[in-house]
Design a protein around this ligand. Sequence first.
Ligand code: MN
Length: 132
Amino acid sequence: MPKRVLIVEDNELNLRLFCDLLRAHDYETDGVNDSREALARAQVWRPDLLVMDIQMPHVSGLELIEAVRRDTVLRRIPIMAVTAYATPGDEARAREAGADSYVTKPISLMRFIESIAALGKIADGRAGLASA
Ligand code: MN
């Protein structure tokens, strides 16, 4: 079964880029460009992985990651944090909030796909634990 990746990204061009790239690698994708809709979409669509932009209006990526980690249904989903304008400490903050991986823009497409594949393995591991 192809893995489902929900992309939360306020920039429409980046959102389309991520969706196209992942679909070309046989992932199922859905996108949300308003961070206020992300949790509800995830609860309905139940993605295997989340790609989360950090800089977004209304609800930041860090706040959303924390909210996912508090959600009893969604809390095990591996999350990739994506950020532009990286400053020292950003990766530590993202990981502290609960991100499993961290990628800076402009993204290297190969690095992005490799990181997604690695997160897919984490998702499989967590699913195994959950059913054990
Ligand atoms: Mn953004």
